[in-house]
Design a protein around this ligand. Structure first.
Ligand code: ADP
Ligand code: MG
Length: 709
């Protein structure tokens, strides 16, 4: 009878791979070069492909011109040099059903790789050649002499001298040794059975050696769930910890001030705005500090939501702060919010009339001298109700009387330090925090990337916006039409933005290219129009002057780099031209496009690409849709996986099998399970294996990274 407890991941991490049969010094070094040091690293090296022997096409089933996978044995190999001095390796391969020829150009090493008798999987397109079948430059996976219906294929490395059948053998051996004690399952039984997951032991065996593709899929689902659950556990533990350790304010949510503000608006709130304000109010009323992300496409009306939240603080006798990433945006918000608030009064029993005007002030590094002293004094004694500014708001030397709510606009990384700075500003209690972004993130990705935030979504546009027509000027011939269109629009009294090519590698080059574009347009295509230039190397005073000229209609066209990406709001600008649009990402193009379509006139966005292009999925996606969330999904699909952690932290805690794209449903389930576990057992006393696994797999750095989002 063996009564030892099941093996944990920590046990496996304590075993050196060198202890396995067949791994000597040399192989151990090869594995180390691959990042595999322990048995845990080894069994967590998953196949990158599974070949189904029972079902894959045989040579006899190949159809010329179509891509297919075949499993074959090498019969003979030959190398020669072609007339134009290219190397050419030819292999004759066969299976029970027939034979064919495979040719590799410029891959002389194939001669050494493809030994006679070796089993290989080939993926490629077969063609008829001299009466027989031939595949050229197919993808090759070496299979060795593995048996079994489904053959796992591991990442291989010619250089490190590791091949898939060796890895398969060692993993098999490692798992065989675990069999007696079994592998511990840290996920609560009720979660496993509710979600219809298979056990972890079984999943590990099946991922490496499934009997069917279905079995492999079940194994993948279970192990992917585990990866996602661990990430969510870290995030949810931190969220709950933050809530427990900090004292927030319980705000008065249904007060006079917010009600009057809503009544005075020139339009009714959209359903989405009403819903999101309700979600926020719910948090504001509770004494747990709120930490919420508000996602809303450009123009979805986030400002009204933000101002409602600032006023909720004010009506309870506290203050609100709105923070923007740049001075220009802070100033714009300041003007906009003041206009929105009109002549709203705050109740003031000490005043003869029982109220006083609401006081809103701007604080950036441009506010200096006595003006600054005045604002700082007002913040400290509570006479300033709402402060709008940049990071200057949380700098040292700025004291609030009682900061109740904070809205942060367009700041993706408002991390732990900033939150700590806020706490210091507010005499012990933590203000409620709303982070707003116009960059739509698919909901499930947001749950992981912004996992310790609650998420609200403004998914409805206010009525009355004119939809933006997006067109692709594919190549130089169509560009002519773009400039004619700009001239036409200007003749109608409208204005246009021209965004210069993005040069990520160098701001200097980008500025040079913007200047060049400006000169060219001014002397040629747009000669005679009033044109301004805006780029990152200008002083903020110079930028201000240009923006003011454009805003007041004294410029027809604004040539700019992406400095205009966020927040600039000129209702009379109805045309956006993006040059070299293929250099931009989907999200960025969508942001840029959001600069137009802000007034009552119809707007156009031209996406210009230099060379005529057969197809460009990103540009086409923008032409097809104006829905930011839909575009975010497309973006995720096009970009593929990427990693969760920053590249330097790619490691044990990263997602190996789970995909934020494919496993949306699992992300939600993992998050629910994490809440269920943490809320029933906040210190994981009853889940020692799970707790230990998190300690083992996540470094402090990883946790910091996840929480910083
Ligand atoms: P965002 O900050 O989300 O890009 P804004 O808050 O600047 O959007 O709002 C965009 C425009 O929509 C503004 O001109 C605003 O006045 C208007 N707006 C906001 N809410 C509504 C509404 N409920 N009905 C009509 N117009 C609205
Ligand atoms: Mg609260």
């Amino acid at each position: 009878m063996n009564s030892r407890p099941p093996i944990t991941l920590r046990d496996l991490a304590a075993l050196d791979v060198g202890q396995l049969k067949g791994i000597g010094e040399k192989k151990r070094a090869s594995l180390a070069a691959f990042g595999i040091d322990t048995v845990l690293d080894l069994v967590a090296t998953y196949p990158r492909r599974w070949v189904d022997r029972t079902n894959e096409a045989r040579i006899a089933d190949l159809v010329p011109g179509q891509e297919a996978l075949v499993l074959v044995a090498v019969r003979s190999v030959a190398k020669r040099t072609t007339r134009n001095r290219r190397s050419m390796v030819t292999a004759s391969v066969g299976d029970g059903s027939g034979r064919m020829e495979v040719v590799f150009f410029n891959q002389p090493w194939r001669e050494r790789q493809l030994k006679e008798g070796l089993q290989i999987a080939l993926f490629g397109k077969a063609d008829t050649y001299r009466g027989g079948l031939q595949m050229s430059n197919p993808i090759v996976d070496l299979i060795g002499d593995r048996t079994g219906k489904i053959v796992p294929i591991y990442p291989q490395s010619e250089k490190a001298q590791l091949n898939t059948w060796e890895l398969a053998g060692w993993i098999e051996e490692a798992l065989r040794r675990c069999r007696d004690r079994g592998i511990a399952d840290p996920v609560p039984k009720q979660v496993v059975s509710r979600l219809g997951l298979i056990g972890r032991s079984e999943a590990l065996s099946s991922i490496h050696g499934p009997d069917s593709i279905r079995e492999k899929e079940q194994a993948r689902r279970r192990l992917a769930f585990d990866e996602l659950l661990r990430v969510q556990m870290v995030l949810v533990l931190r969220k709950r910890e933050l809530e427990r350790s900090s004292q927030g304010l319980s705000h008065t949510v249904d007060g006079e001030l917010v009600r009057r503000f809503h009544e005075a608006l020139p339009y009714p709130l959209t359903d989405a705005q009403t819903r999101v304000i309700g979600e926020i109010d719910h948090d504001l009323a509770s004494s747990n500090p709120m930490h919420r992300l508000l996602q809303g496409d450009v123009g979805s009306g986030k400002t009204v939501v933000a101002v409602s939240m600032l006023l909720a603080a004010v009506q309870g006798g506290h203050q609100g702060a709105l923070m923007a990433p740049t001075e220009v945006l802070a100033e714009q918000h300041f003007t906009g919010v003041r206009a929105l608030l009109g002549d709203l009064k705050v109740p003031d029993p000490g005043n003869l009339f029982g109220d006083r005007p609401l006081r809103v002030e701007l604080l950036t590094n441009r506010v200096t001298g006595s003006e600054r002293r005045d604002v700082l004094a007002g913040l400290a004694d509570g006479m300033v109700d709402i402060a709008i500014g940049t990071h200057a708001l949380i700098q040292e030397g700025v004291e609030f009387s009682s900061l109740g709510t904070v809205v942060v606009d367009e700041q993706h990384r408002f991390g732990v330090e900033q939150r700590a700075a806020l706490r210091d500003k507010s005499s012990g209690h933590v203000p409620d925090l709303l982070v707003m972004t116009a960059t739509p993130i698919p909901r499930t990705a947001a749950m992981t990337v912004y996992g310790d935030l609650d998420v609200s979504v403004l998914d409805e546009m206010p009525p009355g916006r004119t939809p933006i027509l997006t067109k692709w000027a594919n190549g130089p011939l169509l560009e002519v039409e773009v400039w004619a269109d700009v001239r036409h629009e200007v003749a109608e009294g409208r204005q246009a933005y021209v965004v210069c090519p993005l040069i990520e590698e160098s701001e200097k080059l980008e500025v040079a290219s913007a200047e060049e574009t400006f000169q060219r347009l001014a002397h040629d295509e747009l000669k005679g129009l009033r044109i301004g230039l805006l780029h990152g190397r200008l002083s903020s005073a110079e930028k201000q002057i240009t923006m003011d000229l454009f805003r007041s209609g004294q410029l027809d066209v604004l040539v700019a780099t992406t400095v205009i990406e966020v927040g600039v709001d000129v209702a009379n600008a109805t045309m956006m031209v993006v040059l070299d649009a293929d250099r931009f990402g989907i999200a960025q193009l969508h942001q840029l496009r959001g600069r137009v379509g802000r007034g009552q006139h119809a707007s156009t966005c031209w996406l210009v690409t230099q060379e005529h292009d057969e197809g460009n999925p990103r540009v086409e996606a923008l032409v097809a849709s104006t829905d930011g969330f839909e575009l975010a999904e497309v973006d995720l699909d096009l970009r593929g996986e990427g990693t969760l952690m920053s590249t330097s932290q790619k490691g044990r805690s990263d997602l190996k099998l789970a995909s934020l794209r494919r496993d949306r449903e699992l992300v939600v389930l993992a998050r629910e399970a994490a809440f269920e576990i943490v809320d029933a057992d906040p210190d994981l006393v009853d889940h020692p294996v799970l707790r230990d696994e998190l300690d083992l797999l996540f470094t402090e750095e990883d946790e910091g990274f996840l929480a910083k989002s």
